[in-house]
Design a protein around this ligand. Sequence first.
Ligand code: DX5
Ligand code: ZN
Length: 215
Amino acid sequence: MAIIAPSILAADFGNLAKDIEMVNNSQAEWFHLDVMDGVFVPNISYGMPIIDKINSLTDKVLDVHLMIVEPDRYISTFKQVGADILTVHYEACTHLHRTIQAIKAEGMKAGVALNPHTPVSVLEDVINDLDLVLIMSVNPGFGGQKFIENTYNKVSKLKQMITEAGADVIIEIDGGVGVQNASKLIEAGADALVAGSAVFNAENPTEYIAELKKA
Ligand code: DX5
Ligand code: ZN
């Protein structure tokens, strides 16, 4: 059974407390929180005050996905607002090894996200330092996009790399995920599934999460 991480980007920001409560009462283990800076990606989402508030309203894991340049500047701030897992983009980090160590030094789990064009092989020399790899199955920046089919291939390759290295790393998939592709992703090696629009646009989000859990 995969870990389910509803992405709050697709929630109703006018009734955020209600959507947080829905996730709290669901089988989802994590909140997926997308931070966009308008530079690394062509969109701006939300930041620390929202995450801080969500942290005060839940006991679940806060899985923070940073789509920002120079993430090193904010590592300790995200710890302060309650991040449990902090994921940075490979493409945004010149000194990735240092960034990973800085996240872990703050007591958070360290994740690295890969854009669709970035091969998993770039993580070979840091795979044993990581807690999580986030494979983007859409180009980051927006919810509701179409799933990129090559993702299955990347998940299998990453799974193999992790096994060969004897590493303990969670494989998380983000973008265009729903009941239509969840089983196939898990078969390929996925451990955690992010779902935004599929969950929050569902007629019954709680039930939809339960269906994803069954996949
Ligand atoms: C996209 C974000 C995703 C987004 C996924 O850049 O990283 O987490 O919320 O949304 P859906 O599930 O609608 O593709
Ligand atoms: Zn995300």
